[in-house]
Design a protein around this ligand. Structure first.
Ligand code: PXG
Length: 290
């Protein structure tokens, strides 16, 4: 495995960052998780754009143009002969001193890992996930906006610890007002009477690339999709519920907090969108080889 580290390709065991890197000391940095399918990088431009938006929000200067960054991602796939895989692109504040002042970090550091992917078993797509509502609320956007895909994922990890303790598959996080925001690493959708609902960006969520793709697919298939605030009762009473994310793609939810969603089986709309998404990734992407 070859890792791209600050523009050089180095073997996995030589890909190391300093203990003085503020990405490690303070979670001061940003990242993306990206998929390659069938020799194409899915929605590369959108991921690069979100990476640069996240960086800009935290005033982090990436030492490449977005076009160069996209090209380095493709080159990392080529070096590792990736056809289908998972790509992690990380930019950190770089090496500084022990103070938190980012001015002490003259140069941002970046690395890209292109690897295989640990997929959810197919049975999860057939039976749906068991989800619990986390007691931990999603970060308040007025403090740290979840729209920034930062290296500080402790809020999500605290949610994930609750999920593990409950022996569940994923956790639903509410925002500080009690509205549904997102899962610990996925966006959420519900279906009621054929209408699809998902929380708006203002609910304090990451604007998922998969979420955007699913909204487009659903609208193209003739569904009404509304970005609206809703509470957990709307999820309990939904006909269907599903999550979206780069790793999970489109995945049904069969129960929330021990309550069956609909009849407890993946619904027709969810199944249609899973099929549409699997079709989309076959052709929608930047070719890795020319
Ligand atoms: N919300 C959050 C908080 C995320 O971290 C998504 C939604 C879905 O966004 P995309 O763009 O992927 O459709 C994410 C991204 C993991 C893992 O190992 C998951 C994500 C990121 C990093 C790791 O489960 N999800």
């Amino acid at each position: 495995m070859w890792i791209c580290l600050d523009g050089e390709f180095v073997p996995r065991d030589q890909a190391k960052v300093s203990v003085f890197d503020h990405g490690l000391l303070y979670g001061d940095g940003v990242f993306e998780g990206i998929r390659a399918y069938h020799g194409r990088v899915f929605r590369l431009a959108q991921h690069v754009r979100r990476l640069y938006d996240s960086a800009r929000t935290i005033q982090l200067q990436i030492p490449l143009t977005p076009a160069q960054y996209g090209e380095v991602i493709l080159e990392t796939c080529r070096r590792n002969q990736i056809h289908d895989g998972y790509i992690r692109a990380v930019v950190t504040r770089g090496v500084g001193d022990l103070g938190l002042d980012p001015r002490k970090c003259p140069l941002a550091s970046y690395f890209i890992i292109a690897a295989g992917i640990q997929l959810y078993p197919e049975s999860c797509y057939e039976q749906g996930l068991k989800v619990v509502t986390c007691a931990t609320r999603r970060n308040d956007p007025t403090a740290l906006d979840p729209a920034v895909k930062s290296l500080n994922y402790l809020n999500n990890i605290l949610g994930r610890i609750e999920v593990n303790r409950a022996n569940a598959d994923e956790g639903l996080m509410l925002n500080s007002l009690g509205n549904v925001s997102e899962a610990t690493g996925d966006n959420i959708f519900v279906v009621r009477d054929g209408v699809i609902l998902t929380p708006p960006i203002a609910a304090g969520i990451l604007q998922g690339i998969t979420r955007d793709a699913v909204i487009e697919l659903a609208r193209a298939a003739g569904f009404t999709v509304k970005e609206e605030f809703f509470n957990v009762q709307v999820v309990y009473n939904a006909d269907e519920c599903f999550l979206t994310g780069t790793a999970a793609e489109v995945i049904p939810v069969r129960e929330l907090d021990g309550r069956e969603i609909g009849d407890g089986q993946p619904g027709a709309v969810t199944r249609q969108l899973i099929a549409a998404f699997r079709e989309l990734v076959k052709h929608d992407g930047t070719p890795i080889h020319g």
